[in-house]
Design a protein around this ligand. Structure first.
Ligand SMILES: C[S@@+](CC[C@H](N)C(=O)[O-])C[C@H]1O[C@@H](n2cnc3c(N)ncnc32)[C@H](O)[C@@H]1O
Length: 233
């Protein structure tokens, strides 16, 4: 089983599926919810990069890396943003590839991490079956609409090798909609998130809730996060 991501099949910064060409079957409402989100990341890419790179790595980052090293295979950072985690994955000896819809963030991410990156939409994952030993999705799936989540989780399962690991972090709470920055957020109850992950076919192996003063630029309000590490049986 290959432990490296074959960039030749994609090339660096491949526009495999641009957000402007909306995924098949996507509703007009879903497309509308993207506009504020992607405008925010595209327009604030530099300040977002500075802010996120100043933040510590996720508390479960090193245990995810340890599990992944035991399993093997390349790792996909789904919604990689400005590349903080991509760089850390690469520095720990993993073959890492970034995937995100924001071209300005991807340019910063590949420069910062030295890793290949691919532009595309989380709802149209362009990778082949069982390509990755791990998928890391930190604070990215929360930008999708609730109804998009089951299919996206099935797609994550599809591209993971048997025994591979999937990390996700989401914001807990009720409802969905744009925040003061006009980014779309969908909030989940922890049990709801665990059920969605299980229903997709994963085995949940670790989860935790935390309140942290990170998550929204320019806001000091604590954010209730929920993290989940799962495995493809
Ligand atoms: C809150 S940031 C998290 C970035 C990074 N994972 C981190 O933890 O710092 C959310 C990321 O998801 C990306 N994103 C949002 N909606 C997306 C979509 N539909 N398809 C692909 N990427 C998307 C954004 O461009 C942004 O980089």
């Amino acid at each position: 089983m290959s432990t490296h991501f074959d960039t030749a099949r994609f090339g660096s910064m491949t526009s495999s599926r641009m957000l402007t060409s909306k995924p098949h079957g996507m509703s007009a409402a879903a497309a509308a919810s993207d506009i504020g989100t992607m405008r925010y990341y595209d327009e604030h890419a530099t300040s977002y990069a500075e802010a996120t790179r100043a933040q510590p790595l996720h508390p479960t980052f090193d245990s995810f890396v340890k599990r992944l090293k035991m399993h093997g295979g390349p790792v996909l950072d789904l919604g990689c943003g400005a590349g903080r985690d991509l760089r850390a994955l690469s520095q720990r000896g993993l073959s890492a590839v970034g995937f995100d819809a924001s071209r300005p963030l991807l340019e910063l991410a590949t420069e910062f991490s030295g890793c290949p990156v691919i532009q595309g939409d989380l709802r149209a994952i362009p990778f082949e079956n069982e390509m990755f030993g791990g998928v890391w999705a930190s604070a990215s799936l929360l930008h999708l609409q609730r109804g998009d989540i089951p299919n996206v989780l099935l797609e994550v399962l599809r591209i993971l090798q048997v025994g591979g690991y999937f990390f996700s972090s989401i914001k807990t709470g009720e409802g969905e909609g744009p925040d003061s920055s006009a980014r779309w957020f969908t909030y989940f109850h922890p049990n709801e998130w665990i059920s969605l992950v299980r229903e997709a076919g994963f085995e949940v192996i670790e989860s935790q809730a935390s309140r942290q003063n990170i998550g929204t630029l320019g806001s000091q309000a604590p954010v209730a996060w929920f993290d989940c590490t799962a495995r493809k049986p």
